[in-house]
Design a protein around this ligand. Structure first.
Ligand SMILES: [Zn+2]
Length: 215
């Protein structure tokens, strides 16, 4: 038993077809209309036959003094979405007019010189903005593929941003080794040699990789 810190009432609860509300969910739910088929339309009639009126009460204590109470009639309470593909630093240039109507390669070659100016501050803010946008869309976890490294410690800047905003994050220390001088697309200032990439990857894993959680 533990005191409830967040109270959600009268929401549609979206669950997997066979899942149960975990007893330690930390939520007290009363008069919840549960939609047991996640992914089906809740209000379009398709799931009406599987919708059940449920009076559920988790095995947790009463609401704590000062508990947040969200009255969510007509709204859905669902697991956080997971985004598996992002390049958050590109937020900074997504409205850059000279790049928006070209082919993929035109887009890349127009923007690489801009991305060559990335530094810790710009990567911190682009990550912060991306996390805020995702949270507003119901997404609570994201990976990010950051592969442009004109300066060191850009992944560290990303991790600072997501820690500050409160967001689950799978950082990917991407890399490029071939610049225009070797037949690639990016300028030499954003690529690195193999040794630098591997050394920095090891440093990042040692500094930031979380151990597996005990269940
Ligand atoms: Zn991509």
């Amino acid at each position: 038993m533990f005191a409830v810190e967040t109270l959600i009432t009268n929401a549609y609860l979206v669950l997997e077809a066979s899942s149960e509300v975990p007893p330690d969910a930390g939520l007290e739910m009363t008069q919840v209309q549960a939609a047991h088929d996640a992914g089906r339309e809740i209000d379009g009639g398709g799931s009406r036959s599987t919708r059940t009126r449920a009076q559920r009460r988790c095995r947790c204590g009463p609401a704590a003094a000062g508990a947040a109470h969200s009255r969510c009639a007509g709204q859905a309470d669902h697991p956080g979405l997971i985004n598996t593909h992002h390049h958050m630093y590109q937020n900074l240039t997504r409205a850059y007019a000279p790049a928006v109507n070209g082919s993929l390669f035109q887009w890349l070659t127009t923007l690489y010189p801009k991305w060559a100016a990335l530094d810790q501050e710009s990567v911190y803010f682009s990550t912060y903005i991306a996390a805020a946008e995702l949270i507003r869309g119901g997404c609570t976890t994201s990976s990010d593929h950051m592969y442009v490294h004109p300066q060191p410690r850009l992944i560290d800047a990303q991790i600072r941003a997501v820690e500050e905003i409160g967001f689950r994050f799978m950082a990917n220390r991407g890399s490029m080794t071939r610049s225009v001088e070797d037949g690639g697309l990016p300028p030499a200032s954003v690529v690195q040699d193999e040794e630098t990439i591997l050394e920095d990857s090891e440093r990042l894993i040692a500094a930031w990789h979380d151990p597996p959680r005990e269940r």
